[in-house]
Design a binder for this molecule. Sequence first.
Ligand SMILES: [Zn+2]
Ligand SMILES: [Zn+2]
Length: 268
Amino acid sequence: MLLDYHMHLEKGEFTKEWWEEFYCRELENGIREVGVSEHAHRFVEARYIYEHLPYTEKWCDSSLEKYIGFMEELKSIYNVKIGIEMDYFPEKEDEIRSFLERYNVFDYVLGSVHWLRCGFGFDIDPNDPRWSNDLEEIFLDYFDRIKRAINSGIFDIIAHLDLIKLWGVPLPENIDEIYEDISKVIADSGIVLEINTSGLRRPVKEIYPSLKFLKIISRYDVPITFGSDAHLPEDAGRSIRDTYTLIKDLGFRRLTVFNKRRPEFIDL
Ligand SMILES: [Zn+2]
Ligand SMILES: [Zn+2]
């Protein structure tokens, strides 16, 4: 069964018409299980998690209540799951936990790292001067946060595992060691790994995680989900069918379906 648990409606309103543009494209791509995963950073109710970052007020201007209400309405008509993409900040673990306890309506929670030390939002601008800092340090900071996110136990799914490569920067020499380390951490934690196809649409032109990384992770029996990370209807479910075949060939066996944060594993 093809599944897509990573999609954002944020470029439009919460209307059935806008949602259907995504949903129809998912169906055309053969996707049978769909989930919406709005960014937590867009909601006023989550502002306290983000107040240490620049741009917060501009971003956190939507209503989470409205999102939840809209998704519950969709659920009564379509086979759709309510997800959320939460940023991870090591210093905000308590705040993230309290937010998820308060709004315990989600079918799954994606954990993401988009922010590094000193508020460096690395996926915003490839010309950010901080990209000229030591690349190895940037990668180490990123993967240290990924590791903590996985071990925090806060999230159901770890999203776009090697997003840090998105601009096609050269990988540091010790990258294999990092891949080995993170693979073990994933296997030990029991977290579900997202196979995210949006990297194919970025300068790096690779899925997350990369083939090399996936070959290492495939030695462990890690459960997975898929995500197109679509922000526009034309990207909904994109490249998931081809990627599914690749993942199966690599030896992954368990696809994960979530209901109210309870995972169920089915054969790929
Ligand atoms: Zn993301
Ligand atoms: Zn996303």
